[in-house]
Design a protein around this ligand. Structure first.
Ligand code: G3I
Length: 390
């Protein structure tokens, strides 16, 4: 069955290639759609696989985080799936500071340029991720204490990178994860050396370097009361300084059965009342047990492996599959209720096999957080999500 599916997808990709790159976006056209998906529909062979980006085309953008092997199109079946399902992408890692600026005076734009080319080929928007973050910093920044040096890096990095991609990417996560859970400022290298105003300054520099690019603040757990209040204060501060901020990204690393729907709804209302768009930027729903104390996407925190924490090595039981599907459905029903306030919903990955949640917060687990399985086949959650579109 899986081989049949892959064959069908590969044939479709060649067809798409014959029609020209950007034509892949119109894979929604009946002929290609049938070929792409005839073996994997909800029921009978021949049922066409719906497309997320088409289903929500009048509502919000639909995206996925991509790794370099996907951008380099190592697997035609994956390329076809991405082209058919998503109209925006976020580089999962390859526009982060450590990769794009490996040396004090040295940038490497090769991968970022490839990402922009891939997006243009498939008529996708790029949400570039991210300019200022305390994690995945270049190694030369490790242990840097001197404020002048940090300021030099900070100014040069934002100006150079945002400037280069202005007009080529749609948006930037200008500042990522700058707040603690209680809404106070995280004591990052930037806060310690440049002070609390570094965030306003980051947006000011980005605005100057990238006047045609949407500028966002992005963070996890900001749907919760205290952290949400921190974001509201931050946005107001940026606006009061006369600096542009276009949106807030709620990451959305949640667990099936425990999605904080009320907090999310409150956040959509409160953030949009500030005059900014709300984005769901890194959506995935873990189905695995959380080791105690892990309610976070803080990449610094790992727990030890235990078999009890990895119960679905041989596949996901129906009960968990249904819980996942229902959680996704509730979430998308909420997104649809507020579609006028939501700019984009991006999944943090394409398929379960390539999710960061197989390695976090416990390494070596088998997780199932996305809409496509390890064979690239749509899961029940996919159909539930599609079902929420009008
Ligand atoms: O590329 C190297 C490879 O050369 C090396 O052999 C290997 C050994 O560990 O590491 C590879 O780098 C890894 C990288 O992902 C690429 O796969 C890093 O170790 C690993 O730490 C890194 O993890 C990424 C994480 O951010 C790092 O902070 C995840 O893929 C990525 O999904 C995750 O994304 C973050 C968002 O940027 C911000 N919000 C939270 C989200 C999830 O943590």
């Amino acid at each position: 069955m899986y081989n049949l599916f892959r064959c069908a997808v590969i044939i479709a990709v060649f067809f798409v290639a014959l029609c020209g790159g950007a034509g892949a976006q119109t894979a929604g056209g009946p002929a290609v759609a049938g070929r792409l998906t005839s073996v994997s529909g909800p029921g009978a062979p021949g049922d066409p696989l719906p497309s997320l980006k088409d289903a929500f085309r009048n509502d919000f953008l639909i995206g996925a985080a991509l790794n370099m092997s996907q951008v380099e199109e190592k697997d035609p079946a994956v390329s076809a799936l991405i082209a058919r399902q998503f109209n925006t992408l976020t580089p999962e890692n390859n526009m982060k500071a450590a990769l794009i600026q490996p040396g004090w005076d040295r940038y490497n734009f090769e991968q970022a340029d490839e990402i922009v080319r891939f997006a243009a080929k498939y008529n996708m928007k790029v949400n570039a991720h991210c300019l200022i973050w305390h994690s995945q910093l270049p190694s030369f920044m490790a242990g840097m204490q001197d404020a002048d040096s940090v300021r030099h890096y900070f100014t040069d990095h934002i100006t150079t990178v945002a400037g280069r991609y202005d007009g080529k990417v749609y948006s930037w996560d200008v500042v990522n994860e700058a707040l603690n859970e209680d809404g106070t400022m995280r004591k990052s290298i930037f806060e310690r050396t440049l002070g609390d105003d570094y965030i306003v300054e980051a947006f000011r520099l980005a605005q100057k370097a990238a006047p045609h690019t949407q500028l966002y603040y992005n963070d996890y757990n900001i749907e919760h009361d205290k952290k949400r209040a921190g974001v509201v204060a931050l946005v107001k501060k940026i606006q009061a300084a006369g600096v542009r901020i276009d949106g807030v990204g709620i990451q959305g690393h949640w667990s099936a059965g425990h999605v904080p729907l009320q907090d999310i709804e409150n956040s959509i209302i409160e953030f949009s009342a500030l005059g900014v768009k709300v984005m769901f930027t890194e959506l995935d729903l873990s189905v695995l047990p959380s080791p105690r104390g892990h309610n976070t996407a803080d990449v610094g925190q790992h727990s030890d492996y235990a078999d009890a924490l990895n119960p679905y090595v041989n596949g996901l039981p129906d009960s968990a599959q249904n819980l996942l599907a229902d959680s996704y459905a509730q979430l998308f029903q909420l997104f649809m209720k507020y579609k006028d306030k939501i700019g984009r919903v991006t999944f943090w990955g394409v398929d379960d096999g390539h999710s960061w949640l197989n390695g976090f917060p416990v390494r070596g687990r088998t997780n199932y957080p996305l809409l496509f399985d390890r064979q690239l086949k749509p899961k029940p959650a996919f159909y539930k999500v599609i079902g929420t579109a009008k």
